[in-house]
Design a protein. Structure first.
Length: 235
């Protein structure tokens, strides 16, 4: 379990997406009250049609766990979601939103630019893959319940991507069959790690005894532990 080590605080921010025309995006920036550079993470929410935003429990839990582990965090709403400008595009332009968040972190004096990571849940995981493919500055990625059924094609670039990668898959995922995912995962380049959530579906709960809140905490602790290890090993 990752234990909080530093006092962190989140503040509301706005920043532009990458590309032209740019749109203004809203987010919550988690910072640490000291004067040293920290690893950082952009957190991307699920919801291909904007059903949810940065308050999604898994994203909020991951942000809190990473702040406790000494990371600067930025969770934000994709274009067209809540207070972010623009319109949803079903994945066409949202990678620009992720790239805008990355650029926002790179401009900060409290961020170690060699350790900026991307974390995404479902639709957000897909956008993480697209953004990281275009931006070699990204140090590593975390994809939570990647929705293979929505991807236009398998992520072939992962065969050659040597950055650290963590995939968290659900045993009973409706949008990503576990056997099909594992077959692709075996083809992807190392370093890579896979965590399978036993008994879970794509929405992180199944059956009358499901507890998505506890599942979010479980995922957040795993993500923070993995990223803390990765960022330490590669410094």
């Amino acid at each position: 379990m990752v234990q909080p080590t530093r006092q962190a605080v989140e503040t509301s921010v706005r920043f532009p997406s990458a590309g032209t025309p740019s749109v203004a995006l809203e987010g919550l920036l988690g910072t640490v009250a000291d004067k040293v550079k920290h690893p950082a993470a952009v957190l991307c929410h699920p919801g291909i049609q904007g059903q949810t935003g940065m308050e999604y429990p898994v994203i909020a839990a991951c942000s809190a766990a990473l702040q406790g582990a000494g990371f600067v965090t930025l969770r934000f709403n994709f274009r067209g979601v809540q207070g972010s400008e623009g319109n949803r595009s079903g994945g066409l332009y949202e990678p620009r939103d992720v790239q805008g968040a990355v650029h926002f972190l790179f401009e900060r004096n409290d961020v170690d630019p060699s350790h900026v990571y991307l974390i995404g849940n479902s639709f957000g995981a897909w956008m993480v893959l697209e953004a990281a493919r275009e931006d070699e500055r990204v140090a590593g990625i975390v994809c939570i319940v990647l929705p293979l059924a929505y991807l236009p094609s398998p992520p072939e670039h992962l065969r050659h991507d040597r950055r650290p990668k963590l995939f968290i898959a659900a045993e009973r995922d409706q949008l990503c069959g576990l056997d099909a995912f594992k077959a692709l995962y075996r083809q992807w380049a190392t370093p890579k790690d896979l965590i399978v959530l036993a008994g879970s579906d794509h929405f992180l709960g199944i059956g009358p005894s499901a507890d998505p809140v506890n599942r979010a905490t479980q995922i957040a602790e795993a993500v923070a532990s993995w990223l803390r290890q990765v960022s330490t090993m590669t410094r």
